[in-house]
Design a binder for this molecule. Structure first.
Ligand SMILES: Nc1ncnc2c1ncn2[C@@H]1O[C@H](COP(=O)(O)OP(=O)(O)OP(=O)(O)O)[C@@H](O)[C@H]1O
Ligand SMILES: N[C@@H](CCO)C(=O)O
Length: 326
């Protein structure tokens, strides 16, 4: 379970005394998530999420994340809103960690995404891109194409222990992506990790997006490529074109995709699948088996990467631009 830091009742009560949320009634650690420690906190004023930022999150990035959530929530996007303490300092300190309190979002993530969920996610992603267009801060994506080689080097020769020939396969894919990565597509703030566990649904409707701790500035349609990887494959590894079509249509309906963006999508999806293959591989090799964090299987993203390598155009994802010849 991912609660790395214990919080004592007295310390939490003192932390909460800076807010107008009444007295502490109860709190408990949330098992899900691997990056930070999250607690469900109930006070006389309501229910909140307390996040303690752990080592993998750079403190210097926290004003970007907090500012982005405030910016998006102010524009009506359903995401956790940092609660304002009386002294205005949203980012506090608790149990030796930077900490902040957020509004609680109702809903649950879906373990079995259907095409309608994918359409909603595509639409919500475009909405996020539109609403963050005038956000003044920026953050480079450390996990974009320039960051993959250092990550790969950090895995050393261990990759072949995970899958035969993996080292050579990644080396070839990385070289291809480095040589062909586009530099002229529209950019902006992207979520960069909008997996099913970061999207809540309530009574069948999308009710909120969470976990903005990979958000950064990058190619907008790269975010859609990440979502295609995370949402549109079946458990047996097959790509579901009905889901792919729904997701791209959902996005395109809210923020029309240019021909250049559509043409780049298969390459960007190769990149997205390599990014998650590499981060999972790195963790697979470096996080000890005795750790209480459940490691995610890198091979899932090797299979997805192989699929995207075989994609000729967005038509293979089920998408046809309206008005385009069949
Ligand atoms: N604002 C919120 N409202 C309701 N539940 C929330 C909220 N924020 C977080 N949670 C709960 O806490 C869990 C972990 O949150 P989150 O995904 O942000 O953690 P993380 O450690 O950063 O995760 P990850 O490993 O996915 O990066 C979520 O799955 C959800 O159950
Ligand atoms: N979504 C990532 C984990 C980091 O949030 C993965 O599935 O590899």
């Amino acid at each position: 379970m991912a609660v790395y830091t214990d919080v004592l009742e007295g310390d939490l009560a003192a932390f909460l005394s800076r807010y107008d949320v009444g007295r502490l009634l109860s709190y408990k650690g949330i098992a899900e998530g691997v990056e930070n420690s999250n607690f469900l906190v109930r006070t006389e004023g309501g229910t909140f999420i307390l996040t303690l930022y752990e080592k993998r999150v750079d403190r210097a990035d926290l004003p970007f994340f907090i500012g982005l959530l405030e910016h998006l929530a102010a524009r009506g996007l359903s995401c956790p809103l940092p609660v304002q303490p009386r002294d205005g300092r949203t980012l506090g300190e608790l149990a030796g960690r930077p900490a902040a309190l957020f509004t609680f979002l109702e809903g649950m993530w879906t373990r079995r995404p259907a095409a309608d969920h994918c359409r909603d996610v595509g639409r919500a992603l475009a909405d996020l891109h539109a609403k963050s267009a005038d956000f003044a801060m920026s953050r480079a994506n450390a996990l974009s194409v320039a960051g993959w080689r250092p990550l790969f080097r950090g895995c050393g020769a261990e990759a072949d222990k995970v899958s035969d020939g993996l080292n050579a396969e990644i080396a070839a894919e990385l070289a291809h992506l480095e040589a062909n990565w586009p530099s002229d597509l529209p950019r902006g703030v992207i979520h960069a990790d909008l997996f099913p566990d970061n999207v809540f649904f309530l009574r069948g409707e999308l009710s909120g997006l969470i976990d903005f701790y990979f958000a950064c500035n990058d190619i907008l349609v790269y975010d859609l490529a990440i979502c295609l990887c995370a949402w549109c494959f079946e458990l047996d590894g097959a790509f579901n074109v009905t889901k792919g079509r729904a997701m791209i249509e959902g996005y395109d309906g809210a923020r029309p995709l240019s021909d250049a963006e559509l043409a780049a999508l298969p390459l960007l999806a190769r990149g997205a699948s390599l990014r998650f293959l590499l981060t999972r591989l790195y963790d697979w090799i470096h996080i000890p088996d005795t750790s209480f964090v459940t490691k995610k299987d890198p091979r899932e993203y090797l299979r997805k990467n192989r699929f995207h390598r075989g994609v000729a155009s967005v038509a293979d994802y089920g998408f046809q631009k309206r008005g385009a010849a069949a």
